[in-house]
Every structure is written in structure tokens, then in C-alpha cells.
Design a protein around this ligand. Structure first.
Ligand code: F6R
Length: 623
């Protein structure tokens, strides 16, 4: 789970690789390295820690050369250390390799190569690749890399340079993402288009078992039998500055604020007016498929799973298809019976999450039709699905997902309503109401963002507390789960989410003045029960932040004195966060936003490194 980048041209490769690595930092940041070639000499620089250390190192001692490869690492084999950081070198120091993925048979290869006289310096799986290429190198780097990857089992995107072949950059992939950026007199490689978007808007998306020989003048793509392949360039649809912070303190905050525009982009071409039908292109399903589905299973990991849980409610209620949702890792273990006419909807921002990809493959094998709800275009999950509904969120850099979650929920809601239209499973008036509510969500979210200062004031009152409990019922239980995940990821406050209906069955034992409770109380069928839960918490001196609709008169703010004994505040919550009123089934789209802002500002007040939370990586491409 790392990021790779490479450059060949006439500029300083280290600067371009470094800039690319900066944009890939979300893929891992426990160490980084760059290798360049100048005057037939290969030089490597490696640093531990995040890329600021690499920046300092390059400033102190520039690395010169017009061809180079770089890597930002998230350790899988071997602890973060200089020896284990990429690029890894051959024994003679002439061949350098960067790799994203996992070489499954590295131990046996390492044993064999050691017996053949190769000396290993690291504990990584990647170093075997450098030695294998060295073993096969006979003046033709492409041939040597082809032979090497034929020996590999596992997943990889590899960049490779050799000081004896200083005018070519090689790249190859199997099951790990790889693009080649197209320039005029220079070219690039990267594990993610965002890494090189500032340099070019045209890339070739490379497929499994394809190898690319890249010079400053051209790009040759072949299969592993050296058959030439032709490829249409893919035009990156995001503007060059989309991956920059745009004036916000953190990417996470920027991405929270991008949500109204992102929803507009997601709705474009799909839902234009409440009285018009929804259209979906390329989702790989015929109307007969949709009419025939007897079951829908949502699967994903983490935040994306919370969006899938919302999907379970809407598919069931609106499209009238029995629906379930199960974590990708659990779904594989559970090995469920899949009957005919089952649809599996796979949700993933990156489209590369290992568990999600495996769950997809398992469900396909069992005969389910699989469509995916994805952000990253042409990612592995997208390509292996029968159809894709892209969420159109643009690049999400912050490790903690915000806009992708919101857009996943929007896309899933649209899918459910589209299914309902095709199946005629929902009365027209209700469909029109739901569509109108979805169309209104960008404005609703803008209103919530305008109230950010109020949320900061709430955050100031609770940020020092060590524990939090998020409560909700029904379709907003996934919102509470997502809110608590956001808080724990970026603030390191211990936070749990529970169905408020479960309170008396255990969690109420936790209630005390030291744990703050976030209660989602929007009006709907669960409203009175949620108020009952708040009363019970208040009676036990628990401080409560309630999220409710504008104009809620039943549970107004009854006290906001941070020094007051919470038990003195009769009945009502300590703090209210209001959101615009909407339809119950659409509410998870907007309810998520104040929860994101609350988590962000609590973490900010605690001084945490919000965009790079400890131990987390943006894309989890290993199980
Ligand atoms: C949390 C977060 C993760 C991801 C999960 C799945 O903020 O981002 O929980 O949602 O790792 O990732 P994708 O959506 O890329 O499959």
C-alpha cells in the first residue's frame, strides 16, 4: 500500500518525483525514497518519516538526474527503516526498483536468489524484484523485467531503472494500479493519476501483465510476450489544482466544503428535476435485470460500508428488494448462499481495497451480478464489475473520507430510486418527494457549512473529553457509525456508535459526565424514542450533543454552560446542532456533514495531524 512515481525527460527527475510523491502521500508515509541516474551513475536517497524529511534532504543536498523513480511507503514487509524503504537495488547497485503491492512468493525467491549469490539488505518482498532483474539482465532491461515478473506471484505495480540503460524507464503491473503520463518530450509513471496531474492531463491506463518501456520521446506498451499493444490516451477529467488544498488548512476541510459542488457533479446527467426520470449510463444492467432482482447485497470496508448500510434501507424501502449489507472481509468468511437474481453492490472510493476486491470476486463466482459504486475511474474494482456507477467526487486526498462517503450515499440513493422507477415499486408522489429532497441537498449542505462557527463552539466544549458515544436509530444509525469513525480516526478519541434502541442492553452503563454523547434525533418514526433516550442519558449526568432539524421545538437547547453540572440541565441536550429539514430517507446525505465538521474541529483543537492520521493509509491494497 504505497505510492510510486517516475519521470524521464530533461528536467530534474527528483523534483518531479518528489512533487508526485507529495500527492501520493495519502497512500502511505512511513518512509520515502528516490533514485536518479546521472552520467551513468545511479544515486538513491531514502528517508524515514513523512515527506517533509525528504524535502529537507533534497534541499540540503540536491539529487540530480533527468530520469528517476520515487516511492512513498506504508510498511507491509519489514518495519519502517532506511533499509526497507524503496527504491531497492541490485547487488551491483545499477538497478533500482519501486513497487506497490505484495510479492506473495518472495520468501522462496529470496532463498533461491541468496543461494545463487545475491546479497539482500532489507526484509522486504520488493528487494527480490531488483535481484531478479539483475539475474536476468543481459543488456535489455525490458527483457529482464519481463522474465522477472514471470517469476512473481502476487500484486504489483513496478517502476524500474538501470544505470546501464539510462535512457529508459520501465513499468509493469499486475493487480495494482499503474498509469503512464504522456508529455511532449518527457513522460511519467504513477500509481495514481493524481500524482502526475500537475504535469499532464493525458495518461495511458495500464492493464494486468502489461509492460511499458518509456523514453523521453515515446511510450511502448506490450504484453509479457512482447506483443505491441495500442491504447487510447485517457484524459484526466480533474483540473490540475484539484489535488491542492485550495486555501483550506487541511485537505479534509477542503473536501468537506467541496461537497455541494461534488453533489451537483454527481447528479448531472442522472437527475435533473424531481418530475423527470433518473438515468444511469453504463451500469451494466438491463431493465429486465433490474425487474428480476430478488436480493441486493451491499459490501465494502470502513466508511464505504456505512454508505452501503444506508443503501440497505433504501433498496428495501423504495426499490422493494430485500437487501443486506456486510463488511467485505466478513462476507468472504460468511460464504453466503447466493440465489439466482442476486445483485451485489460493491462500494469503494479507491476501487483498490483488497478485501472489497476479493468479496467482489467471491460474489461473482457464486453467480451474483456485481455492480460497483466507485470514485477512482478505471480502478481494479471498477474494471472487474459488470457495471459501474461512478460517484464523481474528484480526488479525495485526506485519509479520512468525507466527500466520497456523501457521494457514495447520493449515488446509492439515485440507484435505488432508479430501480424503483424501473420496477414501479414506489408511488410517484413519494418518488417525486425523494428526488426533490436529493436535488435540494447541495443547498442544505451549504447551509450547514455556513454554520461551521457554531459547530466549532460545540467542539470547543467537548474536545478534551476522552470518550464519545454516537447514538441513532433507523437509517441514521449508519450516519452515527460514520460520525464516530471520523472522530476516532482523526482525533484518537475513543468513540463508539450504537443503535439507541440498544442503550438499555449495555451501553447505558458507560454514561457519565466524562463521555459525550452525540445523538441524531431528526424527526421521523424514531424521533420520540430518541428523545426518550436523551432523557435517560441526562438523568445519568451524560452530556449530549443533539443533531436535529431546524425548528425542532421539542428538544431546544436548555443549557450551554460548559461549567454547569450536566445533570442540572433538565431533560434537554447540552448542545444542539441544527440541519435543514429533509426527507428521512435522504437525511443521511446531510446529517453526515455536521458530524464530519465536529470530528474535524475536535481533532484540530487537539492539534492532530488530520490529513495523515497515525497508522492509517488511504488505500488499503493488502488484506
Ligand atoms: C475512513 C476511510 C476508510 C475507507 C476504507 C475503504 O475514513 O476512508 O474506512 O472507507 O478503507 O476504502 P475504499 O472506499 O477506498 O474501498
Amino acid at each position: 500500500m504505497c505510492g510510486i512515481v517516475g519521470y524521464i525527460g530533461s528536467r530534474q527527475a527528483s523534483s518531479i518525483c518528489f512533487a508526485g510523491l507529495r500527492r501520493l502521500e495519502y497512500r502511505g508515509y512511513d518512509s520515502a525514497g528516490i533514485a536518479v541516474i546521472k552520467d551513468g551513475e545511479l544515486t538513491v536517497r531514502k528517508v524515514i518519516g513523512n515527506l517533509n524529511n525528504m524535502e529537507d534532504s533534497l534541499e540540503n543536498k540536491p539529487l540530480e538526474g533527468a530520469i528517476g523513480i520515487g516511492h512513498t511507503r506504508w510498511a507491509t514487509h519489514g518495519k519502517p527503516s532506511v533499509e526497507n524503504s524503496h527504491p531497492h537495488l541490485s547487488c551491483d547497485g545499477k538497478i533500482a526498483v519501486v513497487h506497490n503491492g505484495i510479492i506473495e512468493n518472495y520468501q522462496e525467491l529470496r532463498k533461491q536468489l541468496t543461494e545463487e549469490g545475491h546479497a539482500f539488505k532489507s526484509q522486504t518482498d520488493t528487494e527480490t524484484v531488483a535481484h531478479l532483474v539483475e539475474k536476468y539482465y543481459n543488456g535489455d532491461l525490458r527483457e529482464a523485467l519481463i522474465k522477472a515478473v514471470k517469476d512473481l506471484h502476487g500484486a504489483f505495480a513496478i517502476g524500474c531503472i538501470c544505470s546501464d540503460s539510462p535512457s529508459e524507464l520501465l513499468a509493469v503491473r499486475r493487480f495494482s494500479p499503474l498509469v503512464v503520463g504522456i508529455g511532449e518530450t518527457e513522460n511519467y509513471i504513477a500509481s495514481d493519476m493524481g500524482a502526475i496531474r500537475a504535469e499532464t492531463d493525458k495518461v495511458y491506463v495500464i492493464d494486468d501483465d502489461e509492460i511499458c518501456k518509456i523514453t523521453s520521446a515515446g511510450i511502448e506498451i506490450t504484453d509479457l510476450d512482447s506483443n505491441p499493444l495500442t491504447r487510447e490516451p485517457y484524459e484526466i477529467p480533474w483540473p490540475a489544482d484539484a489535488a491542492q488544498k485550495g486555501g483550506y488548512k487541511k485537505f479534509m476541510l477542503k473536501e468537506i466544503h467541496e461537497q455541494p459542488d461534488a453533489i451537483h457533479a454527481c447528479l448531472a446527467g442522472r437527475l435533473s428535476a424531481a418530475d423527470k426520470p433518473i438515468t444511469f449510463e453504463n451500469i451494466g444492467l438491463t431493465e429486465d435485470d433490474i425487474k428480476g432482482f430478488k436480493k441486493v447485497i451491499f459490501t465494502a470496508c470502513g466508511t464505504a460500508m456505512h454508505a452501503g448500510h444506508v443503501g440497505r434501507f433504501v433498496m428495501d424501502k423504495v426499490a422493494k428488494i430485500p437487501a443486506e449489507s456486510d463488511l467485505a472481509a466478513e462476507l468472504q468468511q460468511r460464504d453466503p448462499v447466493v440465489l439466482e437474481n442476486t445483485l451485489c453492490i460493491v462500494v469503494s472510493q479507491s476501487g483498490e481495497t483488497a478485501d472489497t476486491l476479493e468479496a467482489l470476486r467471491a460474489m461473482k463466482k457464486k453467480g451474483a451480478k456485481v455492480i460497483s459504486v466507485i470514485n477512482v475511474v478505471d480502478s481494479s474494482i471498477a474494471r472487474e464489475s459488470d457495471g459501474v456507477a461512478y460517484i464523481q467526487a474528484g480526488p479525495e486526498i485526506s485519509v479520512a473520507s468525507t466527500k466520497a462517503f456523501t457521494l457514495q450515499v447520493v449515488t446509492i440513493q439515485l440507484l435505488a430510486l432508479y430501480f424503483a422507477e424501473v420496477r414501479q415499486s414506489c408511488d410517484t408522489a413519494e418518488l417525486t418527494r425523494l428526488k426533490a429532497a436529493i436535488l435540494k441537498t447541495p443547498d442544505d449542505i451549504k447551509k450547514i457549512l455556513d454554520r461551521e462557527d457554531d459547530i466549532i463552539e460545540v467542539a470547543k466544549k467537548f474536545y478534551k473529553m476522552p470518550n464519545a458515544l454516537y447514538l441513532a436509530r433507523g437509517i441514521n444509525l449508519p450516519s452515527a457509525m460514520e460520525g464516530s469513525l471520523k472522530l476516532k480516526e482523526i482525533s484518537y478519541i475513543h468513540a463508539e456508535a450504537y443503535s439507541a434502541g440498544e442503550m438499555k442492553h449495555g451501553p447505558i452503563a458507560l454514561v457519565c459526565p466524562e463521555i459525550f454523547i452525540v445523538a441524531v434525533v431528526c424527526q421521523g418514526p424514531t424521533y420520540d424514542e430518541m428523545i426518550g433516550n436523551i432523557m435517560e442519558i441526562k438523568a445519568r449526568s451524560g452530556p449530549v450533543i443533539a443533531i436535529s432539524y431546524d425548528g425542532d421545538e421539542k428538544i431546544p437547547l436548555t443549557g450551554a454552560d460548559p461549567d454547569a453540572d450536566p445533570s442540572d440541565i433538565a431533560g434537554g441536550p447540552n448542545e444542539m446542532i441544527y440541519v435543514p429539514r429533509t426527507e428521512e430517507y435522504v437525511s443521511p446525505i446531510t446529517i453526515g456533514v455536521p458530524l464530519q465538521l465536529l470530528a474535524y474541529h475536535i481533532a484540530d483543537l487537539r492539534g492532530e495531524d488530520i490529513d495523515q492520521p497515525r497508522n492509517l493509509a488511504k488505500t488499503v491494497t493488502v488484506k
